[in-house]
Write a protein that binds this ligand. Structure first.
Ligand code: GAL
Length: 907
């Protein structure tokens, strides 16, 4: 009985969306306790007064070009001498477990750096420090930095993510822990973490996107207090997007017996998969930290694990006995066949069924460790002439790229915020996500497993060559192997991951054999860790005769499928990438490799903004007067405009349809993200999203939905129909539909019925003369009526209408309710140009943690309780107080508008 309870609790910690961050797991064998709460935090205001406990010196920044185009080739790194004072040599040993060649393992130098520094000592009085809970992003509260000389520019989101800061917390250790191994598990800290316990430097991990474990055992005081102190040092000019700052993912204290399953110590692969049976191959690595050689038994039971419940045991990997010498580890292999397996596959045609393996380690008949592994049974095949087959069904990739930020709440990971993003993407028809350009929070992969997305997990945006002065290239030589292995070891059992990517648009594309050799080294590392999945590295400078792609299993194009800068407007541009469409040359050169587009489009738009004149091309670059307006910092939502190296959605669809062997696309991007606001670098967030930063769909959303969900009856009209200054002027109307034909009516008069031609994805009425009133569209499919829609001229805004995405939330201090506010007229129509100033207030056990409107140019801090609506919409994010149940009432007011209230129950 007790065991069942334990299993259920552990399950909640892994899959349930809102419990994940707080779960407190206790078994007689292993404890994995969240230590997210009750930290003390201090960030030096003046960085010049900061301590000198630094990882390494960094090159001086001489020239910074925040606005440089994303496809600017990476350049050679500056050479700097490691400083003698630097702590790097004390940190490097933390990577030893991930370095294969033992002779290359790092030896810790003598000495105890920092031991006398007050912040690391137990008796240091940190009362004046800020109280915070993790996950924590110190930068998101702002303020946004404005102007051309801002310290942090638009590229990194104008938020103060840079700087040195400390986190302190005591950890609970009892006398009964004495014979245990005690580990600190940090899912992600941005960046250059260095950890001290009781004044002793334990280790660290520079790369902010990887999870890591440190063994605290040698430094634990089993008789008294134990003080953790963690120093982060997040460099400016280290990213091409917003990195966030701080311990922005979960942190755990893991206590095990001396003999236990090692870190990320199980590996499941499935072979001979069919609906009749499948073979599950299971490896478990057990570590013996005790002083004596020990004989252990392992047994693994496999359970169904669907809809959040652990089901019956469906198979058992029988007991096996082995002796593990003191101070070493051993991997035990087993396998079992499962009859009539419930396969994992992407909806809507398949179901993402999961299994859970529970491994018990026994000594003298007593269970000394229990370890759980969630996995899926699926078969992936690569067909160079079709794409990717999941369980023998061809699944064309309808994917998006996503950065790690969660919009207005920043980088601090929150399960519900991530789940909401995935839900909005799923509704559009997305079946795949590329984690650009780094491994995500582990819980995000639990969500992609559960919801059935296909995933590319990616490790680096730069190798030896640099894109920004302080990016990963600074530590690549020391850390590439450890970081690449760490990604695969952590993530290998996720059925959603189908491809490992070891790079994005790296500068080594340009360095022939030398660059290809680094690519091969990385691909080999990934393959050693996991020979079952294909590897790739995304190219934006792809030449089929260059050595770089030879080594990859899958060819990944960024924008190269459509070609880059091929339009006459670029004739005089000399120093930028220009390439002809690459599908054909590559398919010819690599007939045995699958080709996919890891980035497409980089189209840009601002939700609800329509600029005139409208291009008559299907894809156009953005210039003032041509889709863009640099004065208002907005891009037209006619959805025809893209960055110079990109293409409209329509152009990409056509190029994919003309090359049916391509496996599909990952659009850049699903959601707008913080930073990289091309083409207006004085803004805060990107314009590339199909969905804005607040989570409101742009018009493009319906264009993708029309293509990706062909059986879902829908039709969408753009633009809005409030144009008092355009009466009698040409105001093109475009329609996106999953039908094949549509008829448009203006005030009841037909403007004609149009049919999509081959390689056409929208219907255009480009000569409509504006008059107020109603646009109506009736879409047809195979001659039959399929969907209808109308857009009307509205009156002035007079009301506020507010709806929450969830009216019932958990009183766990983590759950979220997203409130969408609409400014409407008397008839209830959203006024598409309204920008009223909205004021939020809240009563009851909850707080408004952020507001937003999706306007990339809005530099009002995200924690502001007032916010202008942007084209009729505004958002507030409500978080319940932990442990206090009750009604939360959010009141939304605006001068001259009828107010609204939203009632949310926190249970
Ligand atoms: C790509 C790059 C992405 C992003 C995008 C913006 O070249 O890989 O990270 O910068 O361009 O359009």
């Amino acid at each position: 009985m007790k065991k069942n309870i334990i299993i259920i609790i552990i399950f909640l910690s892994i899959v349930s969306c809102n419990k994940t961050q707080t779960a407190h797991v206790e078994t007689s064998t292993r404890q994995r306790n969240s230590i997210n709460n009750n930290w003390k935090f201090y960030k030096y205001e003046n960085q010049s007064e900061a301590d000198s406990l630094f990882y390494d010196i960094r090159p001086e920044i001489i020239n910074v070009d925040d606005t440089k185009e994303a496809d600017t080739p990476a350049t050679e790194a500056a050479k700097i001498e490691a400083s003698k004072k630097a702590l790097k040599h004390y940190i490097l040993p933390s990577s030893n477990a991930f370095i294969k060649d033992v002779s290359k393992h790092h030896k810790r130098p003598a000495g105890e750096p920092g031991i006398n520094f007050p912040f690391v000592q137990s008796n240091f009085d940190d009362n004046t420090w800020e109280n915070i809970d993790l996950p924590h992003d110190w930068a998101i509260k702002g303020p946004f930095q404005e102007g051309p000389n801002a310290e942090v520019g638009g590229g990194m989101g104008r938020l103060p993510s840079n700087g040195i800061a400390w986190y302190r917390r005591k950890i609970d250790i009892t006398k009964t822990d004495k014979n245990k191994s005690i580990y600190l598990d940090i899912d992600g800290a941005m960046s250059y973490s260095i950890v001290w316990l009781n004044g002793y430097l334990v280790g660290g991990w520079p790369y902010g996107y990887n999870s890591f474990r440190l063994d605290l055992t040698p430094y634990i005081n089993f008789e008294g207090e134990n003080q953790l102190a963690i120093r982060l040092d997040n460099p400016n000019h280290s990213a091409r997007w917003y990195p966030g700052g701080g311990i922005y993912r979960n942190v755990w204290l893991t206590k095990t017996n001396k003999i236990h399953v090692s870190h990320w110590g199980t590996k499941v692969t499935t072979t001979n998969v069919s609906i009749k049976s499948a073979k599950v191959n299971f490896k478990v690595t057990v570590e013996n930290n005790s002083n004596s050689d020990s004989e252990i038994e392992t047994i693994t039971k496999i359970h169904n694990f669907n809809s959040g419940k652990i089901g019956d045991s469906v198979a058992i990997i029988e007991k096996s006995n082995t002796i593990i010498s003191a101070g070493s580890s051993k991997t035990i292999n087993g396998s079992v066949s499962i009859e009539n397996p419930q396969l994992w596959g992407p909806p809507p045609s398949q179901t993402p069924n999961l299994y859970k393996a529970v491994t018990s380690i026994m000594q003298n008949g007593i269970i000394i460790d229990e370890y759980e592994t969630i996995f899926g049974i699926r078969d992936i095949k690569l067909d160079p002439n079709q794409g990717i087959l999941v369980n023998n069904e061809l699944i064309k990739i309808k994917g998006v790229n996503e950065h790690h930020d969660l919009g207005a709440i920043g980088a601090a990971f929150n399960v519900r915020a991530a789940e909401r993003k995935l839900e909005i993407l799923k509704e559009m028809g997305v079946n795949a996500i590329r984690m650009a350009h780094n491994p995500p929070a582990p819980e995000l992969l639990e969500l992609t497993d559960k919801m059935g997305f296909l995933v590319i997990d990616e490790i680096f945006d730069s190798w030896e060559r640099k894109k920004t002065p302080h990016d990963f290239h600074l530590i690549f030589p020391d850390w590439y192997e450890a970081d690449a292995r760490a990604m695969v070891r952590r993530d290998k059992n996720h059925p959603s991951i189908i491809i490992w990517s070891y790079g994005n648009e790296v500068g080594e594309q340009y360095t022939d054999e030398a660059g290809a050799a680094i690519g091969k080294a990385l691909s080999d590392i990934v393959k050693e860790e996991d020979p079952t999945r294909p590897t790739t590295s995304a190219m934006n400078w792809a030449k089929s005769d260059m050595p770089f792609p030879e080594v990859m299993d899958i060819i990944s194009f960024n924008y190269q499928g459509e070609g880059i800068r091929q339009d006459p407007i670029f004739d005089n541009v000399k120093d930028r990438i220009k390439t002809k469409p690459q599908y054909e040359p590559y398919h010819k050169k690599f007939p045995n490799k699958v080709i996919l587009s890891s980035e497409t489009a980089s189209a840009a738009s601002s939700r609800g903004v329509y600029l005139f004149p409208v291009s008559d091309l299907t894809s156009s670059p953005i210039r003032d007067g041509m889709g863009g307006d640099s004065k208002i910092k907005q891009v037209s939502s006619y959805e025809l405009y893209a960055v110079d190296f990109g293409s409209s959605a329509d152009k990409v669809f056509a190029s994919l349809d003309k090359h049916p062997y391509s496996a599909g696309e990952f659009v850049w991007t699903g959601f707008d993200y913080l930073g990289e606001p091309t083409p207006y670098y004085n803004s805060r967030s990107s314009y590339n999203g199909i969905i804005d930063l607040a989570g409101f769909p742009k018009d493009r959303y319906y264009l993708y939905q029309s293509k990706w969900r062909p059986n879902f009856p829908m039709v969408h009209i753009l633009p809005h129909w409030n144009w008092p200054n355009r009466i009698g002027k040409i105001t093109p109307v475009h329609v996106f539909t999953s039908g094949d034909e549509a008829e448009l009516f203006l005030n009841g008069t037909s403007l004609g019925r149009k049919k999509k031609g081959k390689f056409e994805y929208r219907l255009r009425w480009d000569n409509v003369k504006y008059q107020t009133g109603e646009l109506k569209v009736i879409a047809y499919k195979n001659g039959k009526e399929w969907a209808k829609n109308t857009v009307k001229t509205t009156q002035e805004a007079s009301n506020i209408v507010a709806n929450a995405d969830r009216y019932m939330i958990d009183a766990d201090g983590k759950d979220l309710s997203y409130i969408t506010v609409k400014t409407t007229d008397e008839e209830g129509l959203v006024v598409p140009t309204a920008n009223n100033l909205i004021e939020f207030s809240i009563e009851g056990p909850g707080e408004i943690i952020a507001t937003d409107n999706g306007d990339a140019s809005d530099l009002m801090a995200f924690n502001s309780k007032i916010r202008h609506a942007f084209n009729g919409l505004c958002l507030a994010i409500v978080r319940p107080k932990k442990g206090v149940k009750g009604n939360i009432i959010v009141t939304i007011k605006s001068a001259g508008l009828k107010q609204a209230q939203v009632h949310i129950e926190s249970k």
